[in-house]
Design a protein around this ligand. Sequence first.
Ligand SMILES: Cc1ncc(COP(=O)(O)O)c(C=O)c1O
Length: 356
Amino acid sequence: MAAMNASLPPAPARAFASDNAAGAHPAVLQAVLEANEGHALAYGADRWTAEAQARFRDLFGPTTESFLTWNGTGANVMALGTMVQPGDAVVCSEWAHIAVDETGAPERCLGTKLLPQPTTTAKLVPEQLEHLAHLQGVQHHAQPGVVSITQSTELGTLYTPDEVAALCDTAHRMGMRVHLDGARIANATAALGGTVAALRAFTVDAGVDVVSFGGTKVGGLGGEAVVYLDPTLARRAQYVRKQVNQLPSKMRFVAAQFNALLHDQLWITLADHSNRMATRLYEATRTVPGVAYDAAPQVNSVFPLLPADAIAPLRDWCFFWDWDVSRNQVRWMTAWDTTEDDIDRFAAGVRAFVAG
Ligand SMILES: Cc1ncc(COP(=O)(O)O)c(C=O)c1O
């Protein structure tokens, strides 16, 4: 091992733990600094928030409404809180962040049951909604009232615009509303064409009602937005946001981050870079003996299967998280600031620790 390590380059400066392990983009920091001039009214009555709201209307359409929040879990809870009725359930994939990684926040805060559906791709299909029709109108069952999908998904997969549209058609026909968890909506937009039209194709045009729009994972310091594509659902939004502790007092600083990210499509440029780095990482490691992949990356994460005894030393050298321990599967995730040099060094480490 000592000889092997001697031939290794130093570990990459940026590891592959997650896109929220990355720092904030300099343009975001600059925008926050510029917003730090003097006093501004709190709770969103400031010019930076007005600008961010205008930018979201430019993205999604003039009748849409946006509300800034602190984080993604809170954005999801707020969004769902304005969509569910008493007695409702939220249908989601079994991989959904709301079901797996939010410590039961939607259930606790909203008193709403989740109905996670089995899927190997983290994507729902319309038939899964149709199978829930037998619950509807039966007083012993929580009523499927909202479908929540994630784009891009927790498994790094993507819904096509047609797939989202088919889900929305079925959901709406069954009297349900559709929420899209877009913590990585930038990565999805970049992968599906990299334009505002591409974003609209899988959101507004497809019939999604409410979007949680992520800023944190694409170069923000921290901040998300809940965007109501159906503005009738926004009627109680400001009250629900406060109730679920997501009303930023100094909102100008969250708004300034979005103003920087949404300027000149920086959010798409950064996500596109992150996606391309994942493809580079996949290409650089897929032929290494001992490394196996189920699929090529669609966005900014890869999920290799590794020999069990290589995982710990490789991780000690350059950190990443386990994914499915039963299969020795790990997750390597790239970020807006991952460099080609990071990838090349890491691939050299993979060759040394895995192929030995
Ligand atoms: C799919 C998805 N939704 C929402 C979130 C938001 O999480 P947080 O509350 O940590 O901002 C994340 C973060 O990992 C995520 O991956």
